[in-house]
Design a protein around this ligand. Structure first.
Ligand SMILES: [Zn+2]
Ligand SMILES: [Zn+2]
Length: 180
């Protein structure tokens, strides 16, 4: 009894498609969760989000909460020490906007630099703010959302802090929304 070549080929193709589909599903899920967190950060209540997306209140809670466990996003409330940007070290009073992650902050200008570095890695190492593109591997995590490097498209690092392309985008939207 030998293996049927044709069926074997079909099996291999299907297996490849399945792996691709799983990867796509992971990415879609991550995007979905990021978007829900963004809605929450934007001020929508869990109830409002649940109703709008037609999912349970508990589910929204899990999504928003899952990020805070691994050190995810939290609406900025009780911060004891004066918050400073983790990338450039400037304090709240020295910048236009400070966006909070889990025990870490990023200022509006560093968001802009991070965005530029993600778009064009050669821009890394600006004089004022040192932000470098880092290879997005499983070994490194975004300090803001806790996602590992292999789950995101791009990751940039400052001194001891890292932020992924999605979090930069979220911060960017927060900064822009509050500006305008
Ligand atoms: Zn900064
Ligand atoms: Zn992130």
């Amino acid at each position: 009894m030998t293996l049927d070549e044709h069926l074997l080929r079909l099996a291999r193709q299907a297996s490849g498609r399945w792996a691709d589909a799983q990867h796509q599903a992971e990415l879609a899920k991550a995007d979905y969760h990021h978007a829900v967190r963004l809605l929450h950060l934007g001020g929508a209540s869990l109830r409002e989000i649940a109703d709008a997306l037609d999912i349970s209140h508990q589910r929204v809670h899990q999504i928003v909460d899952a990020s805070s466990e691994g050190g995810g996003w939290k609406p900025r409330k009780k911060v004891s020490a004066e918050p400073v940007c983790g990338f450039c070290g400037r304090s709240k009073g020295e910048v236009t906007r400070l966006v909070a992650g889990p025990g870490v902050f990023i200022c509006d200008s560093c968001v802009a630099v991070a965005r530029d570095v993600i778009r064009e890695p050669r821009l890394a190492g600006m004089p004022r703010t040192h932000i470098d593109a880092v290879p997005p591997t499983a070994a490194v995590h975004c300090t803001f959302c806790g996602e590992s490097g292999d789950q995101v498209d791009a990751l940039v690092a400052g001194p001891g802090v890292r932020i992924c392309n999605r979090c930069v985008q979220i911060c960017d939207e927060i900064v822009t929304a509050r500006h305008g």
